[in-house]
Design a protein around this ligand. Structure first.
Ligand code: GLU
Length: 378
């Protein structure tokens, strides 16, 4: 029994309309949601930060406004989204309040996720909510989005949210337990894929299939979501959500498809540095150096004020701000003796002391991971 969610500390979970809303009656599946809320509370209790992307506004709103047509015209589906979103956020607030969890609602459109100024603001709001122990519940702002500026499906929206908050995994709860080599309903030879290392044209071809009637996305938008997520270093899981306790099921080995995150060599090295438990020493730095690090620059000897511990070049060391907090971690570019010799000195002097041709950074930026706030992930 493998816990599929064990490696992750920050999850984005996308819930489709077909799971939350009964297709025939158009009513909320309240018991299912209550069970899911239990799973979410259990994950939160083990220290996982969770952001929910929930569909269901249009499906709920149709029923509230008695809109029966199979396909609604745009104005009516926007009205349905408007009425349904209230019901949807109330349902989430109540379900999570049962576990003492506060929810915050955020409605997004692509201009928000794609424009840096809005993006940063939305990201800050989400991470502040998380910091306060709340769970953000996100949907597209369907009632005002125009066709040109809408995602239209929550699969891709959830992938943008996951990358925006640097989640380490995006979980798409769907009506199917993952990706198959062909649509399993039509092809008896369709085989389930447990692991997708890379989204190749073959994978794209496997995804080409129909969507279920309430949600906009089918496998195609899920694989598109996978591209957005994995490129940014976020893993993606497609799992079946129709049964009760779908997240618990994932922690107990339920079948799913995992899309592995693409990782550059630099990311892999930084991840390794982050995971290093044994630090050989520490350097204290001044405020100017702290700012340079946040700007993405290397740590130079001139910014080093004090050194502790014994380390050689290549050993992992902590980098401490003037107030003593660990602000970064990195691989030492100089051993302890050299570092003592050049600390606080200008680069020209450093080269004189160490010899021309020697690398003179205390920690090169490629070997450095900033530990503050959202920047902690690499
Ligand atoms: N945002 C839509 C809603 O809440 C759903 C989009 C989707 O199903 O992907 O109704």
């Amino acid at each position: 029994m493998t816990d599929a969610l064990a490696p992750y500390r920050r999850l984005t979970i996308k819930i489709g309309s077909a799971l939350l809303v009964d297709g025939k009656k158009g009513q909320l599946r309240a018991e299912w949601l209550a069970a899911l809320a239990e799973d979410i509370a259990a994950l939160k209790a083990r220290g996982v930060s969770i952001v929910i992307v929930s569909s269901g506004a249009i499906a709920l709103g149709r029923q509230l406004l008695h809109l029966d047509a199979k396909t609604l015209p745009l104005d009516q589906s926007q009205a349905a989204a408007s009425a349904g979103q209230i019901a949807l956020s109330q349902a989430w607030a109540a379900a999570l309040a049962a576990h003492g969890i506060v929810t915050g609602q955020i409605l997004l459109t692509p201009n928000i996720t794609e424009e840096r100024r809005y993006f940063l603001n939305a990201r800050t709001t989400i991470s502040t909510l998380l910091g306060l122990g709340a769970i953000p519940i996100i949907n597209e702002n369907d009632s005002v989005a125009t066709t040109e500026i809408r995602y239209g499906d929550n699969d891709r929206l959830s992938a943008r949210v996951a990358t925006m908050i640097e989640a380490d995994c995006l979980v798409l709860l769907s009506d199917i337990d993952g990706l198959y080599t062909a649509p399993p309903a039509k092809d008896p030879n369709a085989a389930h894929l447990a692991h997708v290392a890379e989204i190749t044209p073959e994978i794209d071809a496997m995804a080409g299939g129909a969507a279920s009637h309430l949600s906009r996305g089918g496998m195609t938008t899920k694989v598109e979501a996978g591209k957005i997520a994995t490129k940014a270093g976020t893993a993606m899981i497609i799992a079946k959500g129709t049964e009760m306790h779908p997240l618990k099921a994932l922690t107990e080995g339920a079948r799913h498809t995992l899309f592995a995150p693409a990782e550059s060599r630099a990311q892999a090295r930084k991840r390794w540095i982050m995971g290093t438990l044994e630090l050989s020493g520490a350097v204290h730095i001044d405020a100017g150096a702290a700012k340079a690090l946040l700007d993405g620059r290397s740590l130079l000897p001139i910014g080093v004020t004090r050194i502790t511990g014994e380390f050689n070049r290549g050993d992992a060391i902590a980098i401490l701000s003037p107030d003593g907090r660990e602000v970064a971690r990195g691989l030492a570019g100089l051993g302890r003796e050299e570092a003592d010799l050049v600390k606080g000195k200008k680069s020209e002097v450093v080269t004189q002391l160490l010899g021309i041709g020697t690398r003179s950074e205390m920690v090169h930026r490629d070997n450095l991971v900033i530990l503050m706030g959202l920047e902690a992930r690499v």
